[in-house]
Design a protein around this ligand. Structure first.
Ligand code: SF4
Length: 230
């Protein structure tokens, strides 16, 4: 297990729960807008936190924290994830997993072992444009399988897309919405485009204004017809 960080308290990352966040180091994608190079690019890795230190902290917070958010990087590429989640469950914690959906085989295992109480998956783009966003060839191949696995698991879940104007015209967001049909939740979040992102080339590209983004959210939630021209 490579743990890149521990946030001792969050009230917003696990819906309705008081939680801690464990950041895994390592990812099989290289999303152009990624804001966590220290968890993704080996040359920029931050110092790791020993697993025992994380467990020792969590043992002292069992009466106060309800859950642990396991995020990345990408948790499903970690050797030892099952045993780590099992330890969290044995301490009585609810587990929320954030994933990029590249490893449906791991998700199936985690669900069958009942190690996850909530899952949030990022859907990066339409399937035909996946590699353009992730910068990894073949990255979209297993995405549909992960989406179906999550929806059919019965585990509470949400899907989300981080929106960048260069990759996400309204038609594409509607296509992604169809891809996650049957999901309990599909949310959009506006990408933070600043000097920390992986692909600095995006800094020069036009971004959605806040007003445009609000309109996009209304369209994708079905509250507005997609007649607006961008
Ligand atoms: S945004 Fe992309 S590259 Fe960054 S951690 Fe998530 S999946 Fe990996």
């Amino acid at each position: 297990m490579r743990i890149g960080g521990l946030q001792k308290l969050t009230l917003i990352d696990y819906p309705g729960k008081i939680a801690a966040v464990v950041f895994m180091q390592g990812c099989n994608f290289r999303c152009r807008y990624c804001h966590n190079p220290e968890l993704v690019v080996p040359e920029k890795y931050c110092p790791t936190v020993p697993e025992e230190e994380v467990m020792a902290f969590l043992r002292t917070r069992q009466d106060y924290l309800e859950g642990v958010v396991v995020t990345g990087g990408e948790p499903t590429v970690q050797e030892g994830l099952i045993s780590f989640l099992d330890k969290l469950k044995r301490l009585g914690y609810l587990v929320k997993l954030d994933t990029n959906g590249s490893r449906p085989d791991v998700l199936k295992q985690l669900f069958s072992l009942r190690l996850v109480n909530y899952v949030a998956m990022d859907v990066k783009a339409t399937l035909s444009r996946y590699d353009e966003v992730t910068n990894v060839r073949g990255s979209g191949v297993k995405i549909e399988e992960s989406i179906r696995t999550i929806i059919e698991s019965g585990v509470p879940h949400e899907f989300r897309t981080t929106v960048v104007k260069a990759f996400h015209p309204v038609e594409d967001l509607l296509e992604i919405r169809s891809l996650v049909a049957g999901a309990r939740q599909y949310n959009l979040q506006k990408a933070r485009i600043d000097g920390k992102i992986l692909d600095k080339g995006l800094l020069a590209r036009e971004q959605y204004s806040d007003a445009e983004f609000e309109r996009l959210k209304e369209i994708v939630s079905g509250a507005m017809e997609p007649a607006y021209h961008w």
